[in-house]
Design a protein around this ligand. Structure first.
Ligand SMILES: Cc1cc2nc3c(=O)[nH]c(=O)nc-3n(C[C@H](O)[C@H](O)[C@H](O)COP(=O)(O)O)c2cc1C
Length: 163
């Protein structure tokens, strides 16, 4: 059965609401035959990624970057997941292009500005053999009903791609 891995950092009730909406979307009644594996970012391992057919990431914005928890996830899995490092230690390579690559999605929650957090994730996943499957969902402050619906849609989109 195809597997969708959801790796998230959801430290507050507000973010948890967003994550729950994403997860509800992955389990929409119309989507059958997809195994959804959910991991807190600090508990996710390379084996989880290697066993997954798609990856859905969620993080808070912290200090203009992704959360330390999601960064820890990437620090842990990057090389085993097929990433390469440049001589200066930055994420290297151009992993763009659709063929044979794991679809990925991302939602980011912040209070002020999520630009740097989104960029930080994009820089790293751009060097993995993954392909972006949906626009990044960025939410500031308390999620509106529309944003929760968009979160549900994001989850549903990633899961449906694997059917
Ligand atoms: C140390 C720290 C740094 C933060 N940096 C950012 C940031 O760069 N951009 C942003 O939009 N929000 C930032 N925030 C807000 C968090 O993203 C926000 O608190 C988190 O998503 C949880 O949302 P909530 O506080 O509404 O529950 C920061 C929060 C903390 C505690």
């Amino acid at each position: 059965m195809p597997r969708l891995l959801v790796v998230h950092h959801s430290p507050t009730p507000t973010v948890r609401r967003l994550t729950d909406a994403v997860l509800a979307g992955t389990r929409d009644d119309e989507i059958e035959g997809v195994d959804v594996v959910v991991r807190a970012a600090l508990d996710a391992h390379a084996d989880d990624v290697l066993a997954a057919d798609g990856v859905l990431l969620g993080t808070t914005a912290n200090f203009g970057y992704m959360s330390g928890a999601l960064k820890h996830f990437f620090d842990t899995i990057f090389l085993e997941a097929g990433g390469a490092l440049a001589d200066d230690g930055s994420a290297a390579g151009d992993a763009s292009g659709p063929a044979g690559k794991k679809p990925w999605g991302l939602f980011v929650h912040g209070r002020y500005d999520t630009t740097g957090a989104v960029r930080s994730v994009e820089t790293i996943v751009g060097a993995l053999p993954w392909r972006q499957a949906a626009p990044v969902l960025e939410v500031l402050g308390d999620p509106t009903d529309e944003q929760l619906a968009a979160a549900y849609e994001l989850g549903g989109t990633l899961a449906a791609l694997l059917t």
